[in-house]
Design a protein around this ligand. Structure first.
Ligand code: UD1
Ligand code: CA
Length: 486
C-alpha cells in the first residue's frame, strides 16, 4: 500500500437540498453531463483510498441506485436523520473497520473540486503531521460559511458557523470549505466529544478542529485561490453558475488540446466528451454524453450531438443526433435528425431535413434531401432520391428493408418495410415499392400519366389558367407559322 493512500474518503451527501425545489435529490442534479455526486466520487476515487463511502439520507434509494449505475462498488452509509455534518461522518465510520492513517471528508454537492486539490490537501496534512488540515478559501462574499479563526501566530484555532459567530468573527473573510484531511484517531476522538450546544442544535464536524487543538494536535490549513473549486450547489442559480464555469474550463481544455472553438460562450461540452486535435466547433454546438469527434471533423453551427461518434474529416451542421456513428468524411445536415442505431459509412451523406433511425448507410451512399430512413440498410454508393420514405412501421411492428449497392431510388418513393431492393437496381420516381426488386431491374410502381386535352378550357373557362393556356397555344402556333415561313 502506498504511504500516500488515504485510509478513507467520506463523501457527505445526505442533506435535503430544500432550496433546489426539486423532487429529485440535490446531488443527482447534473453539471457537465454528470451528477454532482458522481463528480465528487470521481475526485475521491482519484486518491485511490482504501475505503470510499458516500453518506446518503434524503432520497437515498435514488442516490444509491444512481451510484450503483455510475460508480458500481462504491458503498453507501445511511444517515437516517440529518443531525449535522459530524453525525454524518459518525454514520460513515460505523460502516468501516477501525481506521488508521488519513481520512478525507468532502461533499457530494461541490462538483468543481479537483483530485489535484484533494491531493495537495492530503500532502500538506502528511508533511506537517497535522491532526486536522482544513481546506479554506477567501470568497468574495463569505456569508453563510463557517469562518476560520486563527490565533496571534496565525495558527487555526477553531471554526465558527455563521449562525454562532460574533460581529468580529463574521468580519473574518477566510472560510471553511467543508473539506478536510483528518488523522483517523484525532477524528474519532473529536467526534466523541461533539455536542449540540450551538445555534442549529447539530453535531458540527467543524468542532473537531477545536477538540483536536485542545488535545495538543496541530491544525493546518490549505487555502485554495480558485474559489470555484469549493463552491457548493444549494439552489438552481448556483447549479447554473457552476455548470457554466465547468463548461468554460472544459472548452478551454479542449482549445488547448487543439480544437478550434469559434464561440466558447455558446459551446457546451460534457465532461466525458473526447475531441481530437484539429477539430472545429462552430457556434451553438452542444456535445453531450460520450460524444467523440475525430481529427479534421467540423461540427456546427447549431448542433446537439449526444453519445455520437464523429469520424475523421466529417462535416456536421445544424444536426440533432442521439447515439449515431458518423463515418469519416461523411456529411450531415442541415436540419438533420439522427437517432440511435444510425451508422453512416465513409463519405456517406445525410442531407437537409433527413431523419434516420436504425439505419446503416454504406460508404459513399447518399440520402441528400427530405427523407425518412428507418430500419434500413443502404448499400455503398446507393443514391436515395429526395422525399423518399422508408415506411418501416405497419402499425404493429417495425420491418427492416434493404437497398443494395449502387442502387438508385427515384425521388418521392416509398420503400415499404420488409422489401429488398437488390444491388444495381433502379426505382422510378414516385414509386411505392412493396415487393423485392431484382438486380439491374427498374421498378415502376405508380399510375401511368395521361393527358386530357382541352380540359382547362372546358372546365375552368374564364380563369387565369385558361387564359394562360390560350396564350401558350397561340404562341406555339405563331412560332410554327414563323418557322414554316407563313
Ligand atoms: C458546512 C460547515 C461550514 C462550511 C460549509 C461549507 C459544518 C457544521 N459547517 O456548513 O463550516 O463553511 O459547510 O459549505 O459542518 N450533510 C449531511 N448530513 C447532515 C448535514 C449535512 O450529509 O446531517 C451534508 C450535506 O448534504 C452537504 C454537506 O454535508 O453536502 C454540508 O452540509 P450543509 O448543511 O450544507 O452545511 P453548511 O451549513 O453549509
Ligand atoms: Ca452548504
Amino acid at each position: 500500500m502506498s504511504p500516500d493512500r488515504p485510509a478513507a474518503v467520506v463523501v457527505l451527501a445526505a442533506g435535503e437540498g430544500t432550496r433546489m425545489k426539486s423532487s429529485i435529490p440535490k446531488v443527482l442534479h447534473q453539471v457537465g453531463g454528470r451528477s454532482l455526486v458522481h463528480h465528487a466520487v470521481l475526485a475521491a476515487q482519484a486518491l485511490d483510498p482504501e475505503h470510499l463511502v458516500v453518506v446518503v439520507g434524503h432520497g437515498r434509494d435514488e442516490v444509491t441506485a444512481h451510484l450503483a449505475a455510475v460508480a458500481p462498488g462504491v458503498p453507501t452509509a445511511v444517515q437516517d436523520q440529518q443531525h449535522g455534518t459530524g453525525h454524518a461522518v459518525l454514520c460513515a465510520l460505523e460502516t468501516l473497520p477501525r481506521l488508521s492513517g488519513t481520512v478525507v471528508v468532502t461533499y457530494g454537492d461541490v462538483p468543481l473540486l479537483t483530485a489535484d486539490t484533494l491531493r495537495d490537501l492530503v500532502d500538506e496534512h502528511r508533511v506537517h503531521g497535522d491532526a486536522v488540515t482544513v481546506l479554506t478559501a477567501v470568497p468574495a462574499d463569505p456569508t453563510g460559511y463557517g469562518r476560520v479563526l486563527r490565533d496571534a501566530e496565525g495558527a487555526v484555532t477553531r471554526i465558527v458557523e455563521q449562525k454562532d459567530a460574533t460581529e468580529d468573527e463574521l468580519a473574518v473573510r477566510e472560510v471553511n470549505s467543508g473539506v478536510y484531511a483528518f488523522a483517523a484517531d484525532a477524528l474519532r476522538a473529536g467526534l466523541g466529544r461533539l455536542d449540540t450546544d450551538n445555534a442549529q442544535g447539530e453535531l458540527y464536524l467543524t468542532d473537531v478542529v477545536e477538540h483536536a487543538r485542545t488535545a495538543g494536535g496541530r491544525v493546518g490549513a490549505v487555502a485554495v485561490t480558485d474559489t470555484w473549486q469549493v463552491e457548493g450547489v444549494n439552489d438552481r442559480v448556483q447549479l447554473a453558475a457552476l455548470h457554466g464555469e465547468l463548461n468554460r474550463r472544459t472548452v478551454q481544455r479542449w482549445m488547448r488540446a487543439g480544437t478550434t472553438v469559434v464561440d466558447p460562450a455558446t459551446t457546451w461540452i460534457d465532461a466525458d466528451v473526447v475531441l481530437e486535435p484539429d477539430t472545429l466547433l462552430e457556434p451553438s454546438t452542444i456535445l453531450r454524453g460520450r460524444t467523440t469527434v475525430a481529427r479534421g471533423a467540423s461540427v456546427g453551427p447549431e448542433c446537439q450531438l449526444v453519445d455520437t461518434v464523429v469520424g475523421e474529416g466529417a462535416t456536421v451542421t445544424r444536426t440533432t443526433s442521439y447515439g449515431a456513428e458518423i463515418g469519416p468524411e461523411a456529411t450531415v445536415g442541415p436540419y438533420t435528425y439522427l437517432r440511435p442505431g444510425t451508422r453512416l459509412g465513409r463519405g456517406a451523406k445525410a442531407g437537409g431535413f433527413v431523419e434516420m433511425k436504425q439505419a446503416d448507410v454504406g460508404d459513399g451512399a447518399k440520402v441528400p434531401h427530405l427523407s425518412y430512413v428507418g430500419d434500413a440498410t443502404i448499400g455503398a454508393g446507393a443514391n436515395i432520391g429526395a422525399g423518399t420514405i422508408f415506411a418501416n412501421y405497419d402499425g404493429l411492428e417495425k420491418k427492416h428493408s434493404t437497398v443494395g449497392e449502387h442502387s438508385f431510388v427515384g425521388s418521392d418513393s416509398v420503400i415499404v418495410g420488409g422489401v429488398h431492393v437488390a444491388d444495381g437496381a433502379y426505382v422510378a420516381a414516385g414509386s411505392t415499392i412493396t415487393s423485392d426488386v431484382r438486380p439491374g431491374e427498374l421498378a415502376v410502381a405508380r399510375g401511368r400519366q395521361r393527358g386530357v386535352a382541352g380540359w382547362v378550357a372546358r372546365r375552368r373557362a374564364g380563369t387565369r389558367s385558361a387564359a394562360a393556356a390560350e396564350r401558350a397555344v397561340a404562341d406555339t402556333q405563331a412560332s410554327i407559322d414563323e418557322r414554316s415561313g407563313g
